[in-house]
Design a protein around this ligand. Sequence first.
Ligand code: AHR
Length: 548
Amino acid sequence: MTTRMRRRAFLGTTLSGTASLLLARGAPAARAQARESRIEILLDEPIGTIAPEIYGHFVEHLGGVVYDGIWVGEESRVPNVAGIRRALIDRLRTINPAVIRWPGGCFADSYDWRDGIGAPERRPRRTDFWADTRPSQDRTATAGPQRFDPNRFGTNEFIRFCRLVGAAPYIAGNVRSLPAKDLYQWIEYCNAPPGSTTMAETRAATGEEAPFDVRYWGVGNEPWGCGGNFTAEEYATEFRRYTAWVPKFGVPIRFIAAGPNGGDRDWTTRFFRALTARGAGALNGVYGFAMHYYCGSTGDRNAVEFTTADWYDLLARADRMESIVTTHWDAMAESDPSHKVKLIVDEWGAWHAGSADLPPNYLWAYSGSLRDALVAALTLDTFNRHADKIAMANVAQLVNTIHSLFVAHEDRFIVTPNFHVFSMYAAHQGATALRTTFAAPTIAVNRDGQPRTLWGLNGSASRRGSELMATVVNPHATEPREATIVLRGATAREARATVLTAADLRAHNSFDRPDAVAPVERVAAARGTSFVHTFPPASVTALRLTLA
Ligand code: AHR
């Protein structure tokens, strides 16, 4: 162990242990913590470049995500650009949505891409995966595009949306209910050069002469469940078959293998063993391995009505992302020791019951609270800290379901607290993640009914030239944390802080109060190599330092 590592280990354990003891004995909280909390940003310990795609999004034909959320139609009274909701385009562009995954989710393995191309009036109506296949779901499916998908939003419209917001498209193929030939013909439709093949002519006939150049292709979704009920070994065989000898049309295709749910390490180990059973060369055909992790509320699963214990319970379950990332990364190393394949988290977020304020067939539609914003922040910080492992992550989902950044219904549109976190964190994209240590009094919490401790402060830091950004979460429901921040290897000249918090843990935005939770700018007295900063209770802070 090097001296530097020993110092880090000491700061990361001993201080927090001592401080939590002080707290447990009832020491005057805020003052006692002031001297105990410390953040060290180690500028000479770069972790890697934070892939902009870590700040990616996910769009599925589910509830009000596509129809109403994104697609309103050219004739709509809702302001739109070629059928796509203008307010969504305008706000999404501001946070640099590097990549968007579509059309599912579980929907992907029921979707025939041919249904969604050509003249809109001739496209077939199909039963949406989410309308009839889940008898246990807690919302009623009613008529409309949520139940019978008109296929008005297909490949061309998705590409149009991506172009309008400046995102790379990531298309999830269908493995459960279409043959491999459909995947490579879909690739051909998207990527074949003008005038080359019949598929290129089919595309050109829709007015799209130039290829779409789609690089990211998912091979199914959740193959252990709605994606086909495969075993890891069966899916590995399917993955090899679906990706074998696919014409690339000069586009560097990045195939993404679908992975397990949450902490199912066994699936990962078995998939990689089976994939490489005929030689390690198979790893060259996989760009990323995508796992999913949702945390969700317990009890009645209400997104905005919860107790302080529920607050900590959800944050502690969201924090499992840290061990989930390292667990899968280690499991992948057994068959891929040089880590050719990167980790992708192509679905994540906090999943609650739908709000009564939105149509019941929108399924899990709600405006998340401040609690969800902290879930977003600590999750993005986790990804930043593992910038050397994670190539992409897609929050589930963009609008009107689960951990959405936006809520839209007809002509009403708001941003959620999650959007503000993405906005505050946007400067991390493409910057170099720096090793950072956090030492603060830990918090005793219950996770899923089990006693646990949650860190008192955590976050991430990155550098781009003379700009340094540290993002920090204080999960304590009532107590501020005054922390000494030490820069190892740089000097701060000036700083600005953006803070997201609210007096009520359950604060959330609504159509009536769209700015109930919004960030505020603060001047931060950060100069030199060491300074003190106070993080308010229940807050997310982005500290932007200009280095001397
Ligand atoms: O995001 C909703 C669903 O959650 C997705 O369709 C599926 O992949 C996951 O189980």
